[in-house]
Design a protein around this ligand. Structure first.
Ligand code: HEM
Length: 81
């Protein structure tokens, strides 16, 4: 939780899936990241993983650690309900 950041709901996150709105967002461990400018998340897909969701539990499938998030600043807290 970062109280300096706004809060985003799962519904708001879901619209940033690379299909419905121009921005592409993903959530990881309670924080929301804007990956719109990553060529690896273009159109909202990343090796069969979809943006617009909380991907915390899917990181185990990745060949990389969560160090990949270090170059992104979180834009919001995810409200889980
Ligand atoms: C089959 C599953 C996955 C594969 C094969 C995969 C592959 C990759 C590769 C090759 C990169 C390039 C950089 C690197 O290797 O360090 C990358 C970056 C990244 N991945 Fe994954 N990934 C997978 C799943 C995930 C999941 C589930 C998440 C989110 C929890 C994720 C988040 C990211 C992020 C944020 C980046 C950085 C993008 C950038 O720097 O532009 N990946 N991934």
């Amino acid at each position: 939780m970062n109280f300096d950041l706004p809060f985003v709901t799962l519904q708001q996150l879901a619209l940033r899936n690379g299909q419905d709105k121009p921005e592409v967002w993903i959530a990881y461990k309670g924080l929301v990241y804007n990956v719109t400018h990553s060529r690896l998340w273009k159109t909202g897909t990343h090796y069969e993983h979809w943006a617009g969701q909380d991907l915390t539990d899917e990181l185990v499938d990745a060949p990389h650690t969560d160090g990949v998030f270090s170059k992104f600043e979180p834009i919001a807290n995810l409200v889980k309900k």
